[in-house]
Design a protein around this ligand. Structure first.
Ligand code: NAD
Length: 351
């Protein structure tokens, strides 16, 4: 089985990807700095598995990245590591440039040197897959969808930093021949998402009976993709994508934010009615809009469907119900995030 170096594999999408890869028998070297968004609780199922090596460290640490590549000789590097929350990027953009741009550049340089040191067969088989976002394309009007040729127009410090990293990945392919692949995906949701993002935040607050903050008029539109379907898309691109290409990934599930929040309220009311019987929609509280809030994102994923036969396996309605059930069944995981105790977790130690 192959060996993959996965960065950011203690985060939301990276964690889901690592769990699945190890279950499939892939040997995973998991490099994660364990920022506030990294959570070893997520990796409990694999922490003793012989196919999983966790290393706490920064993608910007040149010596560490070099030694991991030399020691483990991976067949692919999959880069999830990033600062990922738009609101945090508005409050403090520097950390986003540090990890998403400078960190990715360091990773690319070390990976290029390692790739060049391999024999012909090793070089031909190697892949560097960069996981990115649809937010690099900016905001859409009422109609249209982002394609792989849509010009970049990032509007937040987060999306600007991801756009810069995408450009570096592209440049490393064109300049040095590094066999790169880039995926640009829409909003993900599902198990193990940090409860600062819309869906887990609303679930946590709705269960606690707290106000449910919704930006502006709530009518901003996002395309939503279940995280397992994103992980499957990444695997397909890794295994069959054309080197140097980018692939858009989306769920064909455009929803207004307010609709997402109402759906969660209805699902929770049906599963866990409130003691006073009141509908959770009454908790919705519109708050001042996020500065520079993009109005609408929509993804045209037809290239990925056509070339690699990928399609989402669940609808938004199935995925959101599954996600609500997961959070209800994993209240301990949420509680440990909310009270901060997840940060004390170390692999091999019981909570
Ligand atoms: P996340 O914030 O949940 O996880 C990021 C992980 O990266 C964390 O475990 C964190 O500890 C780690 N990390 C941060 N800085 C690091 C550094 N310098 N070195 C090593 N590790 C570091 O993010 P996510 O939602 O899982 O997103 C993963 C990737 O997918 C990101 O690149 C993001 O831009 C992209 N993406 C996310 C979405 C989404 O909806 N969440 C959609 C499309 C693309």
């Amino acid at each position: 089985m192959p060996t993959w170096l996965v960065t950011g594999g203690a985060g939301f999408i990276g964690g889901n990807f690592v769990l699945d890869a190890v279950r499939r028998g892939v040997r995973v070297i998991n490099l994660d700095a364990l920022t506030y968004a990294g959570n070893l609780d997520t990796l409990r199922e694999v922490h003793d598995a012989p196919g999983h090596v966790f290393v706490q460290g920064d993608i910007g640490d040149a010596a560490l990245v070099e030694s991991l590549l030399r020691e483990h000789r991976p067949d692919a590097v999959i880069n999830f590591a990033a600062e990922s929350h738009v609101d945090r990027s508005i409050d403090g953009p520097a950390a986003f440039v540090c990890t998403n741009v400078v960190g990715t550049l360091n990773l690319l340089e070390k990976v290029r040197d390692y790739w060049k040191s391999r024999d012909d067969a090793g070089r031909a088989a190697f892949r560097f897959l960069h996981v990115s976002t649809d937010e690099v394309y900016g905001s859409l009007g009422e109609s249209g969808k982002f394609t792989e040729t849509t010009p970049y127009a990032p509007n937040s410090p987060y999306s600007a930093s991801k756009a810069a990293s995408d450009h570096l990945v592209r440049a490393f392919h064109h300049t040095y021949g590094l066999p790169t692949l880039t995926t640009n995906c829409s909003n993900n949701y599902g198990p193990y998402q940090f409860p600062e993002k819309l869906i887990p935040l609303v679930i946590a607050k709705a269960l606690a009976g707290e106000p449910l903050p919704v930006y502006g008029d709530g009518r901003n539109v996002r395309d939503w993709l279940y995280v397992g379907d994103h992980c499957e898309a990444i695997r397909r691109v890794l295994e069959g994508g054309r080197v140097g290409e980018t692939y858009n990934v989306g769920g064909d599930a455009e929803r207004e934010n307010i609709e997402v929040v109402r759906t969660i309220c209805r699902l929770l009311d049906a599963r866990r009615p409130r003691a006073d019987g009141r509908a959770r929609e009454s908790l919705i509280a519109f708050v001042a809009d996020r500065p520079g809030h993009d109005r609408r994102y929509a993804i045209d994923a037809s290239k990925l469907k056509r070339e690699l036969g990928w399609a989402p396996s669940v609808t938004f309605e199935e995925g959101i119900a599954r996600t609500v059930d997961w959070y209800l069944d994993h209240q301990d995981w949420v509680r440990r995030v909310l009270d901060g105790s997840y940060r004390l977790e170390r692999i091999g130690q019981a909570a």
